[in-house]
Design a protein around this ligand. Sequence first.
Ligand code: FE
Length: 202
Amino acid sequence: MSAKVAPKNELKPKGLMGISDQQVEYHFETHYKGYVTKINEVWEKLETVDRTKANQNSSDYRALKVEESFNYMGVVLHELYFENIKDGRNTAPSEKLTALITRDFGSFDRWKEDFRACGIALRGWAVLVYDLTSGRIISNGLDAHNMYGLLNTVPLLVLDVYEHAYYADQGPKRPPYIDAFFENVNWDVVNKRLEAAIKARP
Ligand code: FE
């Protein structure tokens, strides 16, 4: 397989509220592009790795499959994250999304409190997902790109809470970065993801 990916430069945000261009520069150019480089390397190695030596305790094939999930999810989650904070000023959750938030969390403010807590309590990501099984929306927290992701769900809103996403601006203080994130959410993007998710539900 040689499904190479290229960085999506068009997703790089500028002029965010409370998240500086320098912070975005480190995050986008070093971290996001690092995953793009690595997943291409992993896929190249997977083309020729010895499959006859595959072993669940330790094997080159197993290591590459673990690294594939880490680096590919690193690419995908960063693209969803940057897309959902770019050009977000003057956007709002759709009526449909507001109705789901109210139904499943009680109110918009209670959802925000939950998503904020999720961003503080987990180590890598907070992801608002649409569950194709139940039709509910849930805050899915991830300690790493390839851990605890809920199956059969569709990500609606993605928040990167690794230190590299805010340290240049905030040092060790994560909560003010999360507050700044909310100021930048592009609800038009989130609303479109919700429409696509609902259509995907059997
Ligand atoms: Fe990141």
